[in-house]
Design a protein around this ligand. Structure first.
Ligand code: APR
Ligand code: PHB
Length: 390
């Protein structure tokens, strides 16, 4: 099989890239190891910055997002028995964020691609990428008993943190920067109406907790757990009692409901440099991971493929190579800003084992500063809604 751009992975990065290329008249084929059903129901992130929302709308895939997404104008930081609201519009020139599940973005993009006769090969796992330093790279894949080859002009590695594309860059050409955090998040999806309209980030002596949501009927909540914990140790009652304890506030109550789904996510940061080698371009989680505290993973994936689609369009339309050559450096500036913001939020809000009273007082001093100083609150707000330029 032959196409212009071979895309590995039908997550938000791969699908949006395929859609944006289509709008530029560039053909692509997406190879995805999982089924359509699986990727459309995988519960992941859910916060979209202002910029990605505008991009999805302009690209004609934002109708349901506008209808069903929940626009949020602030978040609450809860600590020391009080809630403190960070108001986004007044600190960022009118910007806000939209809560809309990643799998809903994926559903909208798959529908748009298939309606335009886009080719997505589901249950087709890429085995390897060859010839990335030639002008005719190749994606080898297996779909059922069939082994196929996709020859293309360029390969986009959008295959997430466990993908194979990164492995096609020679070890000597690649540097990996990594940080593991000494905790994980246990997340639930519950048939429980949100107890407040906005997200609540709670700093508590028992550990961090987050109150988020997916719709007016469905809550999404998280508690910090030890990194080696499994779901066996967390029956539903224990999850609710930890959430109750960590989110507790006088005059406020947390609504409980049946837990529909639960999972544990490690908290780590990782960046590979460069994110391009020859004709292979990495995007999204294949290139970088952030801890979930800053809600940046999905937004970075969107930012990468926007840059990549523009660079590929300039190459196909005008033979320009400069944007492709700058792809890695352009994306990495935003990536490192988001890495810093995510690390900063994570460090400020979690309980670190081994920390004593001194470190906890530093965290509280920082939280009070963020809530009490307009300058500090602006730092949080402008990063949270997404910086226009970095
Ligand atoms: N062949 C084909 N597809 C693959 C392969 C492979 N060898 N390996 C992985 N994949 C697929 C995965 O099944 C997944 O559907 O690549 C896709 C990668 O999608 P995501 O993990 O969603 O990554 P990305 O599109 O970069 O989106 C980043 O994902 O982790 C979340 O919260 C994070 O919101 C962020 C977003
Ligand atoms: C979510 O709703 O899943 C969510 C929200 C904010 C975060 C992380 C996850 O910081």
């Amino acid at each position: 099989m032959r196409t212009q751009v071979g895309i590995v992975g039908a997550g938000p990065a791969g699908l949006l890239l395929s859609h944006l290329l289509h709008l530029e008249g560039i053909e692509s084929v997406v190879v995805e190891t999982r089924s359509r059903e699986y990727v459309e129901h995988r519960v992941r992130a859910g916060v979209l910055e202002h910029g990605p929302v505008e991009l999805l709308k302009q690209a004609g895939v934002g109708a349901r997002l506008v209808r069903e997404g929940l626009q949020h104008h602030g978040i609450e930081l809860r600590f020391g028995g009080r809630g403190h609201r960070i108001d986004f519009p007044s600190l960022t020139g009118g910007r806000s964020i939209t809560v809309y599940g990643q799998q809903e973005v994926v559903k909208d993009l798959i529908r748009a691609r298939l309606a335009a006769d886009g080719r997505i090969l589901f249950e087709a796992g890429a085995l390897g990428v060859d010839g990335v330093d030639s002008s005719a790279p190749l994606v080898r894949y297996r779909q059922g008993d069939h082994e196929g080859e996709l020859s293309c002009d360029f390969v986009a590695g959008c295959d997430g943190s466990h993908g194979i594309c990164r492995g096609a860059i020679p070890a000597g050409a690649l540097t990996v920067y990594e940080k593991e955090y000494p905790f994980a998040w246990l997340g639930i999806l519950a048939a429980a109406s949100p107890s407040t309209e906005e997200l609540i980030y709670a700093y508590h002596e028992r550990g961090f907790a987050l109150h988020s949501m997916r719709s007016p009927q469905i809550g999404r909540l998280y508690v910090q757990v030890r990194p080696d914990e499994t779901l066996d140790g967390w029956p539903d009652e224990r999850i609710w009692s930890e959430l109750q304890a960590r989110l507790a506030l006088e005059g406020w109550s947390l609504t409980e409901g049946p837990i529909l789904e639960k999972g544990i996510t490690a908290m780590r940061s990782s960046v590979v440099e460069p994110i391009q080698y020859g004709r292979l371009f990495l995007a999204g989680d294949a290139a970088h991971i952030v801890p979930a505290t800053g809600a940046k993973g999905l937004n970075l994936a969107v930012a990468d493929v926007r840059v990549l689609a523009e660079a590929l369009a300039a190459w196909y339309r005008h033979g320009r190579t400069d944007l492709l050559e700058r792809y890695s450096a352009t994306c990495l500036r935003r990536v490192w800003r988001a890495e810093h913001f995510s690390w900063w939020m994570t460090s400020m809000l979690h309980r670190f084992e081994g920390d004593g009273a001194f470190e906890q007082r530093l965290q509280l001093a920082q939280l009070r500063y963020v809530c009490g100083s307009r300058a500090a609150a602006t730092t949080l707000a402008e990063n949270y809604v997404g910086l226009e330029s970095v």
